[in-house]
Ligand binder design. Structure first.
Ligand code: 3HC
Length: 700
């Protein structure tokens, strides 16, 4: 079947694109559109043309899968210009998500009508791109410079009513059948004698002279390391100052530069990896799912309350249990605070809050959990405590209820064995703050039933999160790798790199925060306590030495005003502390470590290749299903720069031969304890392959 169909309804030609799942503008669609338009234009019986889509959405963009290949004519800008040049009025009929190249096609049309629930926008920036098919020139002409920049720099779509207000579309329809509504709209245009209306002929409304300089300053921190945002601003500047054709030529040039950039390759990798993650070996469409209506959360601390809030937001009934009355009250207060914060930021309404709280019950009695479909334990990170909670859940929850632990490090099988139903037990490792962070590690125990995994994946999706299925081992994927990253940070401190220099280096490289500021934020006592409980850590007196020294002194970080850095009362700004510098020097002397000057490159290579080495071992152990899953975890759970694609993609982009050579060099310099290269890394490097090309061996 053809990707583009042409149908005649009286004087109106209806061009319908059918390219599931999201009607991306592939080459076949581009060719089909030009051909259909040609036929409609040359048909004397036709007086107007509607362009719309079948299926769940209007065009959701250019076909991203084509970006790795040489471009094939007709190119999208030509298609958009061809539509605009049509001598008969062309009307875009929008439903679902009209995004990127889809929106550019809509703006090439002379009129736009959208279903009320449609949304539209330019998410190109999230793929390291700019709207490259005339969008940067058209949007400012209809929506104004500021609105256009806000949409293209944030990548966030707007809903149809807001688009109408902004002048991006001409009408909103409450009809389900948007093609039918567009045909009616076209008939009215014909009756009124309306002519084609071309956006290229409009002037962009002027802005004050300082506007662009101020805008650049405002976006600098958020857009560091990305090539597209600055080019988007330049294009919009041109929309306000240069002739259309000249500006379009520059837009094309910038688009091609962005498309060829490593950042765009990394962001496209992240896009597909995030979609791949839900495809889990052994779990298919046919795997049954259990119904979840009521979620019980055990433990009303910050984590438990935030999980409860997220579950209320997704429409579940929520029970929050804590043994301690004061703890339960604090948990309730946290939930109220989160709701109020959401209202203040305009994310939700007070009606949402009232609705959420009407589905919320706080309790101290396990008997109240009898009807819960899912229980999520978010109690203290201690095996004895977890086992006690699970034994109680086992004796109170109904058969078929899923029993989940939010442990971040502990053995899920050992927890499962505290129950008579290990097949119903799973790890759901949320990240803090749980109502914001998008990642959930779904930890599959040895006995976990496939339908429990499938249901957990569905749950993550309904919470708006990315569920990544991982195997059971200490720290799973994320925290196991964090140990390598943190270890190198700690060793670098002893070897002479100042905490603020390490942090600045990794921040500039793209990490959301430096590791020492993160430690202070999370609390140095937390990791210290975990390490105290572990007997299998390396027998290395340097291992997490400074973190432990500071924790033992009560310097826990932000919460005590002192940690690796100092904090002024009420401030979260880390200030370098000479006392810590002296402590580090003292520890280095005591351990016989000679301090030296350490440059940014060594800091980056040791911290990031530390991740790559552990990630490779995780693949060898079969704890992650694919390298892309590891990338998704690090991007969404640990502030790894998305534009570097995650640690495994980053290693591919550097070249595994180079990574392997550096790891071998580190083994020579620092010993094999941490730097023995994994076999898989050696094999891939020596055979000239990448992680992206690697497949998990069958049966693992
Ligand atoms: N090209 C190719 N495939 C695409 C695609 C695109 N633009 N958008 C989505 N897909 C694929 C996904 O990979 C997925 O494939 P899979 O089933 O094999 O895993 C399938 O379509 C469904 O996608 P989702 O799972 O994401 O479905 P959702 O319903 O959750 O979301 C969506 C739908 C909001 C459209 C989301 O897919 C999305 O945001 N897509 C990307 C939109 C985008 O970035 N567009 C701009 C592209 S760049 C461009 O247009 C350049 C131009 O300016 C020149």
């Amino acid at each position: 079947m053809s990707a583009v169909a042409l149908d005649k309804q009286g004087k109106v030609a209806v061009i319908a694109i059918d390219n599931p799942p999201v009607n991306a503008v592939s080459r076949a669609v581009r060719e089909g559109l030009i051909d259909a338009l040609q036929r409609a234009e040359s048909d004397p019986a036709i007086e107007a043309v509607v362009i719309g889509c079948t299926g769940r959405t209007f065009i959701a963009g250019a076909d991203i899968r084509e970006f790795g290949q040489p471009p094939q004519a007709p190119l999208l800008p030509e298609v958009v210009e061809r539509i605009e040049a049509c001598t008969k009025p062309v009307i875009a009929a929008l439903h679902g998500t009209a995004l990127g190249g889809g929106m550019e096609i809509a703006l090439g049309c002379h009129y736009r009508i959208a279903r009320k629930d449609a949304s539209m926008g330019f998410p190109e920036v999230t793929l390291g791109l700019l709207p490259g098919a005339t969008g940067t020139q058209r949007l400012p002409r209809v929506a104004g410079v500021e609105r256009a920049l806000e949409m293209m720099i944030s990548g966030r779509p707007v809903k149809a009513p807001a688009a109408l207000d902004a002048g991006i579309i001409d009408a909103v329809s409450t009809e389900d059948d948007i093609l039918g509504a567009a045909v009616n709209y076209a008939e009215n245009l014909i009756a009124g004698g309306a002519a084609p209306r071309r956006i290229r002929d409009l002037e962009t409304a002027p802005v004050p002279p300082q506007f662009f300089a101020d805008y650049r300053k405002k976006m600098a921190r958020k857009t560091r390391g990305l090539p597209a945002p600055e080019r988007i601003v330049r294009c919009v500047e041109l929309a306000a100052s240069a002739p259309y054709d000249e500006a379009i030529a520059r837009e094309r040039e910038y688009f091609l530069e962005c498309k060829a950039s490593p950042q765009s390759a990394a962001l496209r990798h992240a896009f597909f990896a995030e979609r791949q993650v839900s495809k889990v070996p052994g779990i298919g469409k046919e795997t049954p799912r259990r119904n979840i209506h009521t979620v019980a959360i055990i433990g009303a601390g910050t984590m438990g309350a935030a999980i409860a809030y997220a579950c209320l937001g997704a429409g579940f009934n929520v029970l929050l249990l804590d043994n301690d009355a004061a703890g339960l009250e604090r948990g309730e207060a946290t939930i109220n605070r989160l709701y109020e914060g959401g209202i203040k930021r305009g994310r939700i309404t007070s009606a949402d809050m009232a609705d959420g709280l009407s589905r919320f019950t706080a309790t101290r009695d396990y008997a109240d959990l009898a009807e819960a479909d899912l229980a999520i334990e978010a109690a203290f990170e201690n095996m004895a405590v977890k086992k006690e909670v699970f034994a109680k859940l086992d004796s109170t929850c109904k058969p078929g209820a899923i029993l989940a632990t939010n442990t971040s490090t502990l053995d899920v099988d050992e927890i499962a064995n505290a129950t008579q139903r290990p097949g119903d037990v799973i790890g759901l490792h949320f990240f803090s703050p749980a109502h914001i962070m998008r990642l959930v590690e779904i930890v599959r125990g040895a006995a976990t039933e496939p339908e429990v995994i499938a249901t957990s994946l569905g749950l993550a999706k309904s919470l708006g999160k990315i569920g990544t299925v991982v195997g059971n081992c200490f720290g799973f994927v994320g925290n196991r790798m964090l140990y390598s990253y943190g270890r190198e940070n700690q060793l670098l401190l002893l070897e002479g790199a100042a905490p603020e220099f390490i942090d600045a280096t990794l921040f500039d490289w793209g990490m959301a925060m430096g590791p020492n500021a993160v430690g202070d934020l999370a609390g140095l006592d937390v990791g210290y306590k975990v390490r105290q409980e572990r007997t299998d850590l390396p027998d290395d007196p340097r291992f997490y030495r400074m973190a432990d020294v500071l924790a033992k002194m009560g310097r826990y970080g932000q919460k005590t005003g002192k940690g690796m850095f100092r904090y002024e009362p009420g401030s979260r700004e880390p200030v370098p502390d000479p006392e810590v510098q002296a402590l580090i020097r003292q520890e280095a002397r005591r351990l016989g470590i000679e301090q030296r000057d350490i440059g940014a490159q060594e800091i980056i290579e040791r911290c990031i290749y530390g991740l790559v080495v552990e990630g490779t071992r995780i693949l060898e152990d079969g704890v992650a299903n694919r390298p892309g899953d590891i990338d998704v975890i690090w991007i969404n759970g640990y502030g790894f720069p998305r534009h570097r694609g995650g640690p495994m993609h980053y290693a591919d982009s550097v070249g595994l031969d180079r990574v392997y050579a550096t790891v071998c060099e580190f083994r020579e310099r620092f010993g094999p304890l941490y730097w023995e290269p994994p076999l898989l890394l050696r094999e891939l490097a020596q055979s000239g392959r990448t992680f992206a090309e690697w497949q998990m061996p069958a049966g693992q």
